[in-house]
Design a protein around this ligand. Structure first.
Ligand code: EPS
Length: 386
C-alpha cells in the first residue's frame, strides 16, 4: 500500500537486537539519535508493563542514511540492541549449542503459537514466539520517528490518547482548540496516556486487579493527525484510498483487533443528516461544522484532523492458567507462561501513532513529491490546499 516509502524490520524478541531499513525519505531532513530515542522511550512507558521494560532502555544506533545530522536520501539503517540478550544467549544461540535448550510445547491461546507451529512444522514454539512478540514494534517506532520528523517539518503532527482500559472509559471530548502536540504532552504525562485523572485512577485499579489475578486487560485509544492538506489518497482505485492505507498499516500491529475512522461503528445507527459534516465558507477557506468523518471523505483527506479509534485485545501471555495441549504429546496442559505485561495499551498507542506517521509521510510524498525536504516544501507551498 505504500508507494514511496519502504521499510523492513528484523530481529527476535530475545535475540541480539532489532534491525530496520527505511527507504524513500527525501534528503535534507535533520534528524538526531536523541529524537528517535524519545519516541522509543514513549513506547516503553505505561502502567502495566512487566519486567522486560525494566531491563531494556531502548536506544537507537544509526548505521546508515544520515550524514552530518541530515538524511542523504540513501536507505536509513537502524539497530536497537536487546539488553536482555545477555540472559538468552544459550536459548537463542545462532549455532547449535552442546546442550540444546528446552523446547516450548504449550501454545498460548490468543498468541501466534499454535497457528505458527502448524504453519511451519516447528516442534518448538520459541521459533514462533520470538518473532511474533510485540518487541518487534520497537523497530517500527524507531523507523517511524524519521517519518514523524518529516511530518513535523511540514506542520503535520500525530498524537494519541487512551480512552478505555478494560471497562473503564474516558468519555471526555478534547477541546477543539487543543493541538496534537498539546494532546501528546498531556497524555505523555499520564501513566495511562489518559487525559481524565479520575478515570486514570480507575484504570490503574483495574490493571492492578488483573495483575493480581494473573490476568491481562486490553483497551481503546484514539490517534489524531493534524495539519493535513486536502487530497491525500484518492477515490480512483481501491488501494489508493486513504482509509485503506491507514487501516491496513494499523491493523498490522500485534493485538490490534478493530479500527474506526471518525464515528466509525456508531455511524451505522444514525441518520445521514446526523453523520455528515456540513460545509461552510469563512471568507477564505471551506470550514466544517463537525468532523464525524474523521478527516477522510471519498478515500481522501479533507483537511480536517484524521481521527482513528483502535481496540487492542488483552495480551495473551497469562500467568492465570488457560487450557492448552502439549504439541508433542497432545496431553491436556496449561498454556506456556512467560514474563508478561498485564496492560500494554499506552505503549500500543505510540505504536499506532508511528504507523500513522509512516502512512502519512508516504501519501504526502506521493502527492507532492520531492527528492529533498526543500523541494517537498516548495511543492506544498505551490499546490497544497488547507
Ligand atoms: C515487549 C517485549 C516482551 C513483552 C511484550 C512486548 O518482552 P518479554 O517477552 O521478554 O517479557 O514484554 O510482548 C508480549 C507481551 C508478547 O506477547 O509478545 C516489548 O518490547 O514491547
Amino acid at each position: 500500500m505504500l508507494t514511496k516509502i519502504k521499510f523492513l524490520t528484523a530481529g527476535e524478541s530475545h535475540g541480539r537486537g532489532l534491525l530496520g531499513i527505511l527507504d524513500g525519505i527525501p534528503a535534507g531532513l535533520k534528524i538526531e539519535k536523541e529524537y528517535i530515542d524519545i519516541q522509543l522511550g514513549r513506547r516503553q512507558m505505561g502502567y502495566g508493563r512487566g519486567g522486560r521494560m525494566k531491563i531494556e532502555k531502548d536506544q537507537v544506533e544509526i548505521w546508515s542514511g544520515i550524514r552530518l545530522g541530515e538524511t542523504i536520501a540513501s536507505p536509513i539503517g537502524l539497530i536497537v540492541r536487546n539488553k536482555d540478550w545477555e540472559n538468552w544467549k544459550d536459548k537463542m544461540s545462532i549455532g547449535v549449542p552442546e546442550k540444546k535448550p528446552k523446547k516450548v510445547t504449550l501454545p498460548r491461546p490468543g498468541h501466534a503459537d499454535l497457528a505458527g507451529v502448524e504453519k511451519f512444522g516447528f516442534d518448538d514454539i520459541r521459533n514462533v514466539l520470538e518473532r511474533s512478540s510485540a518487541r518487534e514494534t520497537t523497530m517500527r517506532v524507531a523507523l517511524a520517528s524519521v517519518c514523524r520528523k518529516l511530518l513535523n517539518e511540514i506542520g503535520v503532527n500525530v498524537a494519541s490518547r487512551v480512552i478505555q482500559i478494560h471497562n473503564i472509559t474516558d468519555t471526555s471530548d478534547i477541546p477543539k482548540s487543543m493541538s496534537a502536540n498539546e494532546i501528546n504532552d498531556l497524555a505523555d504525562n499520564s501513566p495511562l496516556r489518559c487525559l481524565d485523572k479520575n478515570k486514570e485512577r480507575e484504570m490503574i485499579d483495574i490493571i492492578d486487579q488483573a495483575k493480581q489475578n494473573g490476568d491481562s486487560v486490553g483497551g481503546i485509544f484514539e490517534v489524531f493527525a493534524t495539519g493535513l492538506p486536502y487530497g491525500l489518497g484518492s477515490y480512483s482505485q481501491w488501494d489508493r484510498k486513504l482509509q485503506s492505507k491507514i487501516t491496513s498499516m494499523l491493523m498490522s500491529v500485534n493485538a490490534f483487533k478493530s479500527i474506526e475512522i471518525g464515528q466509525g461503528l456508531s455511524s451505522g445507527e444514525k441518520f445521514g443528516s446526523e453523520v455528515h459534516d456540513e460545509i461552510g465558507w469563512d471568507g477564505k477557506n471551506y470550514k466544517r461544522f463537525s468532523n464525524n468523518a474523521g478527516g477522510i471523505e471519498g478515500g481522501m483527506s479533507n483537511a480536517m484532523p484524521i481521527i482513528a479509534k483502535i481496540a487492542m485485545k488483552p495480551i495473551p501471555t497469562l500467568i492465570k492458567s488457560l487450557r492448552s495441549v502439549d504439541i508433542h504429546t497432545k496431553e491436556k496442559k496449561d498454556a506456556h507462561k512467560e514474563r508478561t505485561d498485564s496492560c500494554a495499551v499506552p505503549a500500543a498507542s505510540i505504536i499506532a501513532e508511528s504507523m500513522m506517521c509512516i502512512v502519512l509521510a508516504d501519501v504526502i510524498l506521493e502527492k507532492f513529491g520531492g527528492d529533498s525536504l526543500k523541494q517537498l516544501r516548495a511543492h506544498l507551498k505551490a499546490s497544497a490546499k488547507y
